[in-house]
Design a protein around this ligand. Structure first.
Ligand SMILES: NC(=O)c1ccc[n+]([C@@H]2O[C@H](COP(=O)([O-])OP(=O)(O)OC[C@H]3O[C@@H](n4cnc5c(N)ncnc54)[C@H](O)[C@@H]3O)[C@@H](O)[C@H]2O)c1
Length: 267
């Protein structure tokens, strides 16, 4: 499905990262990859993970602190030097200060707001600007969103606002880049245990709740998220742009989500 495609995946922190699941899914379907990690703390682990991929020695592993324009520029230069053109870019990056998320939402600080929005939403714009010129035949850009940007999810707080901004950014970029044949979409997974997820209070309860009320009566796995992302960066999804694809065992279609109100729910 991805034979002959070259793609960049940003946001590997460890083996639980969704970026890593996406990398596995794309690599096993034939894509050549470049992976990024945020800072030197994650370099060795990311290199080890990359080596475990098919043709791991050929995977480009590079740093990218997304708030630093110079790092995006040097990333783009390194990718251009290796491949000249690229077929897909996956943005799997988000951050909000965990303290901001633990406070009542009305206590959100201006600085915390700016940090969360810059890293989790704005950063897609300079990334798209840097890599669109390397997609002369078109391509696919993908971001990772979450239901908390569309609806209120308790404890998701500021990250929900950041995801709402990300979702809108995806749509505006899709319109901006569509005439160049570049598609921009997001995938919205249900909750998966990762480092970022640890910042959300009562995350374990969220997992239990989804398992009880989602139509499929279970949580999504990172591998399943990776598979959908591989589809979204492949030509199989070539007519899809500006969309958000939920990969959440159906949770997002539910209105009333108490077990008692879900016929067939686990009792
Ligand atoms: N885990 C979930 O339940 C879940 C659900 C829906 C969406 N998502 C989204 O998936 C994406 C990946 O998150 P994850 O759950 O794999 O967690 P993760 O912690 O493994 O990945 C988040 C990545 O963002 C990177 N990052 C944070 N600040 C950065 C910065 N300033 N510059 C560069 N990189 C930076 C981290 O280094 C890390 O690699 C995020 O957008 C997250 O919101 C996660």
């Amino acid at each position: 499905m991805l034979q002959g495609k070259k793609g960049l995946i940003l946001g590997v922190a460890n083996k639980r990262s969704l970026a890593w699941a996406i990398a596995r899914a794309c690599s096993t379907r034939g894509a050549k990859l470049a992976l990024t990690y945020q800072n030197p703390r994650f370099e060795e682990g990311t290199r080890e993970l990359a080596m475990s991929l098919p043709h791991g020695g050929d995977v480009l592993v590079l740093p990218c602190e997304i708030t630093q324009p110079a790092e995006i520029e040097s990333l783009a230069r390194a990718v251009k030097a290796k491949w000249d053109t690229i077929d897909f870019v996956v943005h799997s990056i988000a951050f909000a200060n965990p303290e901001e998320l633990r406070r009542p939402f009305r206590e959100t600080s201006k600085e915390g707001f700016q940090v969360a929005l810059e890293i989790s939403a704005y950063s897609l714009i300079p990334l798209a600007k840097a890599f669109a010129p390397m997609m002369p035949q078109g391509g696919s850009m993908l971001a990772l969103s979450y239901l908390g940007g569309e609806r209120v999810v308790p404890n998701y707080n500021l990250m929900g606002v950041a995801k709402a901004a990300l979702d809108s950014t995806v749509r505006y970029l899709a319109n901006d880049l569509g005439s160049a044949g570049i598609r921009v979409n997001s995938v919205s997974p249900g909750p998966v245990r990762t480092i970022s997820a640890q910042a959300i209070s009562d995350f374990g309860k969220m997992l239990e709740h989804v398992e009880m009320v989602a139509p499929l009566r279970r949580n999504v796995t990172a591998d399943e998220v990776g598979d959908v992302c591989a589809f979204m960066v492949s030509d199989m999804s070539r007519a899809i742009t500006g969309q958000q694809i939920h990969v959440d065992c159906g949770y997002s279609i539910m209105g009333v989500t108490t077990v008692a109100d879900a016929p067939g729910g686990k009792s």
